[in-house]
Design a protein around this ligand. Sequence first.
Ligand code: DAT
Ligand code: MG
Length: 139
Amino acid sequence: MTERTFSIIKPDATKRNLTGKINAVIEDAGLRIVAQKRIRMSDAQAKKFYEVHSERPFYGELVEFMTSGPVVVQVLEGDNAVARYREVMGATNPEQAAPGTIRKLYANNVGENSVHGSDSLDNAKLEIAQFFTDAEIVG
Ligand code: DAT
Ligand code: MG
């Protein structure tokens, strides 16, 4: 089934000029970038986006990291895009990520792990709506 998922290229990756390389992995995997913009996430945006992790010990560090530099927010479209992008990203901890995945290739560590991808179709819809209007998504 054709789906849309939400992606973020995180500050550790934009800082190392890896946006194009990561986009190449995404496109080579058969996912289409149907919306994309480079933004600086505000403290309020990052806190809201990661609210589900607010009780975790790394929440403060995570919000600080996500606001530490530019990010590229994206909408990806394709067959089973939510699960497919999770595969392409690799495990949260790059040490556990499979060869060829974005995190294996580029992540610094479990915190600075280069990319975000939605973990369910429902969350994808909510996350896309936090950063894009319908008119900004061109399929
Ligand atoms: P994912 O990004 O693979 O969906 P998650 O939703 O469990 O992983 O966590 C969200 C982000 O929080 C993750 O990409 C990086 C950070 N994070 C997760 N576990 C962490 C840990 N043990 N130490 C530091 N940061 C962590
Ligand atoms: Mg997650």
